[in-house]
Ligand binder design. Structure first.
Ligand code: SF4
Length: 371
């Protein structure tokens, strides 16, 4: 059962983030119109999907973003999120729904200093270098003035990893964010290039242990972590012999394999099982990480039946468990029940098959990411 869909409303973006998994920049020629997106959102809602995220590109640069967000928020029992970098006309914010409508906003901020912010989130050519940082901060201030609740998404990179506590203080205590979500770099799309800013496993491990210790002292309480695969959370802690249940409580983190739908498929990866992604031209993919990869395309939201898609051979590949107990590294792994061979999306993207071991697992490669 699919519960969630990520919508890449447009591929257009004025920023050129080094790690962007959708390699956003110019809008695609065949992006959906307002009426087509309305049809798509209606279809997703009617098919039983319970939540969507508007992302991109920069979703606020889609010419019809306001009516689309308001339409989605008018649908019963539908949770709607908007993920933005803040580089748009701020007058639009006044026309967004309030949080009573199960609506949330996440603003991407990677650093509290303009020069370091710019290392990972530079603007496209033609803008002054301070544009990305200034836009994000101005958006945060505008949201605060409008009384709209918002939180921060921070992609964890080699640039900001040593200064996450300072960033937390800046966004939560000074700018008023409700929380900070650390996102482990996917190393897909533009992020697969050598300057994609991924963090080597040894550094990631050292930082995760440090933040966990801080949390156990009552600090960084509004900081959470989002991983591509559960090993990114569990493996560093298990290797140090730390009690995992306690860490789960501190971080409010749990392996997706505990959800019934994933347990039934013997996997920890939600890709194509509880979530899908819709690209800006309406093409459907098993995950936002696979958007644009033709071999993973499942159809188009305007003319495909979502039930029919679930019978397609590509979709079925994501339902199959990895034979993780046959992989030597997994069969002896301390966290095999939480992980079960890692990310299928990364295996498919890099190895062409969902059935291979997660190629980024450090027990296979020694690195979280190429760097
Ligand atoms: S060895 Fe296998 S089960 Fe263990 S963390 Fe790596 S991918 Fe996951």
């Amino acid at each position: 059962m699919i519960y969630h869909a990520d919508l890449n409303l447009t591929n257009r973006c004025e920023l050129r983030c080094k790690y962007c998994h959708s390699s956003s920049g110019q809008p695609k020629k065949d992006e959906l119109s307002q009426s087509e997106w309305i049809r798509a959102i209606k279809k997703l809602h009617e098919s039983g999907i319970q939540s969507i995220s508007f992302a991109g590109g920069e979703p606020m640069l889609h010419p019809e973003v306001i009516p689309l967000v308001n339409y989605a928020c008018s649908l019963p029992s539908f949770r709607v999120a908007l993920i933005t970098g803040g580089a748009f006309n701020h007058d639009l914010l006044k026309r967004l729904p309030t949080s009573e409508h199960q609506f949330s906003i996440s603003l991407s901020i990677d650093h509290y200093e303009q020069a370091k912010f710019n290392l990972t989130r530079p603007p496209r050519q033609g803008y002054r270098s301070s544009y990305s940082f200034e836009s994000a901060i101005a958006t945060a201030e505008a949201l605060g003035m409008l009384g709209i609740s918002w939180s921060v998404n921070t992609v964890l990179t080699s640039t900001n990893a040593p200064e996450i506590e300072e960033l937390y203080t800046f966004v939560v205590k000074r700018l008023g964010a409700a929380g900070l979500l650390l996102i482990v770099c996917a190393n897909i799309g533009r992020g697969s290039k050598s300057d994609g800013q991924g963090l080597p496993y040894s550094q990631f491990k050292e930082r995760l242990l440090y933040w966990t210790e801080q949390k156990s002292k009552g600090l960084l309480s509004a900081m959470r972590i989002s991983t591509i695969s559960p090993w990114e959370f569990y493996l560093p802690l298990a290797e140090m012999g730390i009690e995992l249940a306690e860490c789960e409580n501190l971080w409010h983190y749990s392996t997706p394999s505990r959800f019934d739908a994933l347990e039934a498929c013997d996997t920890s990866d939600t890709t194509g099982i509880t979530e899908i992604a819709i690209d800006s031209n309406g093409d459907i993919y098993p995950s936002v990480l696979l958007s644009g990869l033709q071999s993973a395309r499942l159809g188009n939201i305007l003319n495909s039946d979502l039930n029919f898609i679930q019978n397609s051979s590509i979709f079925q590949q994501f339902q199959k468990p990895k034979p993780y107990l046959t992989y030597p590294a997994c069969s002896t792994c301390l966290i095999v029940r939480q992980c079960r061979g890692g990310s299928k999306a990364r295996s498919f993207w890099l190895m062409g098959s969902t059935l291979s071991m997660d190629p980024f697992c450090p027990r296979a490669s020694d690195l979280v990411s190429p760097s």
